[in-house]
Design a protein around this ligand. Structure first.
Ligand code: FDP
Length: 308
């Protein structure tokens, strides 16, 4: 019998309530994702988010679900959503002491073709009601992968655990995340004309040394595979997108926390080998280049780019 996520961790009441809110949200989002084609939930919403992305109907629905449950956890004071232009300040009567940053439905350009999607989140203690917190303050980070199985991966206390959603709508522990060792690179090669020399050199080296290429274009699915099978995932800076594409607070901080706690590394790349978690955010929707994967792969990237 697998242990449920709630029995697995002994958390204080507030963290427990937030984790419950995230479980409830992802179970609802999972149903919307699973039946989206039947209930006309494919396609675009009539708006754009602050990053200029066209919002999908499911982006908006998933965001509303997350906000509702997190506010009603009575444990948060600030919510930062990739889909909201401004921080959400929780009303005084429902306020707690944690900040939660989240991307309610990552990889949403995959919705209409029935490819994997995910929810990404991080939770930080926030006694002073701040908006921009350093990545090193994250207490718990995780993601939910809506794939053939629905799986939640949680990083807490620097350990990464896997939980699978069962028929009774409970996330059940299936084991600790073990880093794979396969030789795989994962990057949007369609951008290669715009790449800087560091990315070009590293990917050329991967090709020369027998790596397989895998790219779903859904960060949760690509990072999950990178963790389980091994290799490297990158959304680098390039000549067109000087800050890459992925968002620091909603995507890169939580994934960096998870990857590092599973024994890997996550760095900015392109002339800086700074840890992603050491980047001090200056705005809630900022983007950052990222290279992440097993420690061995990142060492190889750092070593090659130091020759430039
Ligand atoms: P999407 O645009 O489908 O929401 O940042 C969002 C994201 O997906 C990531 O999940 C994914 O890794 C990346 O963008 C894919 O971007 P490209 O299509 O430019 O490769």
């Amino acid at each position: 019998m697998n242990t449920s996520i709630h029995s697995f961790y002994s958390l204080d009441d507030s963290l427990h309530s937030i984790l419950t809110a995230i479980c409830k949200s992802s179970i609802e989002i999972e149903k919307k994702v699973r039946f989206s084609a039947l209930y006309q939930l494919h396609g675009n919403h009539s708006s754009q988010n602050t990053s200029g992305d066209i919002q999908k109907k499911l982006d908006v629905i998933s965001n509303d679900i997350m906000i509702y449950y997190l506010i009603h956890s009575y444990a948060c004071n600030v919510l930062l959503s990739e889909e909201n232009d401004e921080p959400i300040l929780v009303p005084a009567d429902k306020k707690g002491k944690y900040l939660v940053a989240f991307d309610p439905l990552d990889g949403s350009s995959n919705i209409d073709c029935n490819a994997p999607l995910g929810t990404i989140f991080s939770i930080s203690e926030n006694d002073k009601n701040e908006i921009l917190l350093h990545g090193n303050r994250i207490l718990m980070a995780g993601y939910v992968l809506y794939g053939p199985n629905t799986e939640m991966v949680i990083c807490y206390d620097n350990k990464v655990q896997r939980f699978m959603l069962n028929e009774e709508e409970t996330f059940c522990h299936i084991g600790r995340m073990i880093h794979g060792e396969k030789k795989i690179y994962s990057i949007n090669e369609g951008n290669s004309n715009h790449w800087y020399a560091d990315t070009k050199m590293f990917i050329d080296e991967c090709k020369k040394t027998g790596y397989a290429a895998r790219y779903i274009g859904s960060m949760v699915a690509d990072v999950h595979r990178t963790l389980l099978y091994g290799g490297v995932f990158s959304y680098p800076a390039d000549k067109k997108n000087k800050q890459g594409k992925l968002r620091l607070l909603y995507e890169c901080f939580p994934m960096a926390k998870i990857v590092e706690s599973a024994g890997g590394r996550a760095i900015v790349g392109h002339a800086t080998n700074q840890r992603i978690l050491d980047v001090m955010p200056t705005s809630i929707h900022q983007r950052t280049p990222i290279v992440l994967g097993s420690a061995k792969e990142i060492e190889k990237y750092v070593c090659l780019s130091s020759k430039l």
